[in-house]
Write a protein that binds this ligand. Structure first.
Ligand SMILES: Nc1ncnc2c1ncn2[C@@H]1O[C@H](COP(=O)(O)OP(=O)(O)OP(=O)(O)O)[C@@H](O)[C@H]1O
Ligand SMILES: [Mg+2]
Length: 468
């Protein structure tokens, strides 16, 4: 018989088999159980750290992607929009609001954007970045539960704003070491608490957005400065060009004026000698009429460029405009044009030549009438501050296309049919307003065309003269 290990074991006499003591077996079993429990616990811990690691990688990847996008977005509103959406989406907040300085001139932080459901703080409440609360938040430089911040030390404005986010988080937006804004998040949609992961995520994101906000601000500031510079250069060019044109026109007008006077005198003589000949008298009348027309143009040209020093007196623009409207009442109503006036009360006087200012408003009202052959409305409004009186004349006509806008103040620029306009009206207005140290500009509005005239108040005029 071939003996196998099994049979050998079976056949081993009982006396030779090693006997395990029951107490020792229990000790081993317990150790094994303990080991198993430790292993199980380690597995749970590892699974949890694995989950956390995965979430961290996911968050970091998201942050990386988002900050890449943030840095590419230079438009402020788009940037804020995507920031709030990301925060709400990523941590599951029900509502979010961002507070920033509205522009470089304001110190306080105001609501600039809010998303989500529920009540949103009023836009006009400002919070001071130097306040105790915000200085504290800036020092911490990490998200804090809003509930922990509400205290007696808060200003009433802060309490109003924080009150809407009581169970949420306050996330300071810090650029370098400066607090440039604040993000407030309301509670989570799920009703759960914010986790450490959420706080870490928001903290990193807040740093990224702060840099992106400053970048976008710098970019927009530069864009604005470049635009202002371009506008100034254009204005300078235009006023130099108009000054040169005005000067030339005035010289021509002056030269034309003398022979015109001589022609007119001689024509009187011709009229006298031709008294017996009705046909000749008729021809003389036509010549006289045309001479008067030329004289009118010459007068206007001389107004564009003022060779003599102006004689100013105090002028009440409300009265001046009223006189112009009285004069134009019939032509306007017969063209079905309704006039609305919104005159400021106690409008300060300006220093000027009343007749010439009247001519400015007359030209503008005539232009408005011509721009609305089928009727419409003309709104004339005055407003003022300490230094300037502003008058706007807005019509419901077609406006002026951007291509020709730069030329409308040029002498002889007209889009009217020959014989309908000389193209001198606006250049006369420009010349008159210029020597009143004011400005005249045009812009299209949704309703039509709008001229705006700024004239210095008497106070400003006197101050300037005293400075000279
Ligand atoms: N309110 C307006 N709406 C639309 N276009 C306007 C308006 N005012 C002026 N314009 C445009 O500007 C051009 C120049 O105006 P300007 O008053 O200098 O000359 P004009 O009215 O054509 O002729 P004039 O005033 O010498 O009789 C006009 O021909 C017209 O094309
Ligand atoms: Mg005109």
């Amino acid at each position: 018989m071939v003996m196998t290990e099994r049979t050998r074991k079976k056949t081993r006499p009982a006396a030779t088999r090693p006997r395990r003591k029951p107490a020792a077996r229990t000790v081993v079993d317990n150790s094994l159980q303990q080991l198993q429990a430790e292993i199980d616990q380690k597995v749970v811990q590892l699974t949890e750290s694995n989950r956390q690691l995965k979430r961290k990688i996911f968050d970091l990847y998201t942050i990386f992607e988002i900050s890449r996008n943030f840095n590419a977005v230079l438009k402020f509103q788009t940037l804020l929009d995507s920031f709030i959406f990301t925060c709400l989406g990523q941590v599951g907040a029900s509502r979010g609001a961002v507070f920033l300085r509205r522009d470089a001139t304001t110190d306080k932080l105001h609501l600039v954007m809010a998303k989500g459901s529920g009540s949103i703080p009023a836009e006009n409440i400002g919070i001071d970045p130097q306040s105790r609360l915000l200085t504290y938040l800036a020092g911490l430089n990490r998200p804090v539960p809003v509930g922990d911040l509400i205290s007696d030390a808060c200003t009433p404005e802060e309490l109003t704003i924080l009150g809407d986010f009581q169970s949420g988080l306050a996330v300071p937006l810090i650029y370098q070491t400066r607090l440039i804004g604040l993000l407030l998040l309301a509670d989570k949609i799920s009703g759960r608490q914010y986790t450490m992961d959420d706080i870490e995520f928001l903290s990193i994101l807040a740093n990224q957005i702060a840099v992106a906000i400053e970048n976008a601000r710098l970019y927009e500031g530069e864009k604005m400065a470049a635009m202002q510079l371009r506008n100034l250069q254009e204005q300078l060019l235009q006023s130099e060009r108009l000054a040169a044109l005005g000067e030339m026109s005035a010289k021509i007008a002056h030269e034309v004026n003398n022979p015109l006077g001589i022609i007119k005198n001689y024509l009187l003589l011709v009229r006298r000698t031709a008294e017996e000949k009705p046909e000749a008298i008729k021809h003389v009348a036509v010549v006289e009429q045309e001479i008067d027309r030329i004289a009118g143009i010459v007068r206007q040209l001389l107004d564009v460029h003022r060779p003599r020093p102006p004689i100013f007196s105090r002028v009440n623009l409300t009265l001046v405009i009223g006189e112009v409207l009285a004069l134009m009442e019939r032509p306007l109503s017969s063209n079905s044009i309704e006039v609305r006036t919104v005159f400021a009360e106690n409008l300060p006087d300006v220093l000027g030549e009343p007749d010439n200012l009247k001519q400015v408003f007359l030209n503008l009202v005539i232009n408005a009438r011509d721009a609305m052959p089928d009727g419409g409305s003309l709104t004339i409004a005055t407003t003022f501050d300490e230094d300037w009186v502003r008058t706007t004349l807005c019509d419901t006509g077609p406006g002026i296309s951007p291509e020709i806008q730069p030329r409308i103040f040029d002498p002889f620029f007209t889009t009217k049919e020959p014989g309908q306009g000389t193209g001198l009206g606006l250049s006369v207005c420009y010349g008159i307003i210029k020597y009143h140290n004011g400005s005249i500009s045009f812009r299209n509005t949704e309703q039509g065309g709008c001229f705006e005239i700024l004239l210095p108040t008497v106070k400003k005029g006197v101050e300037r003269d005293a400075g000279n």
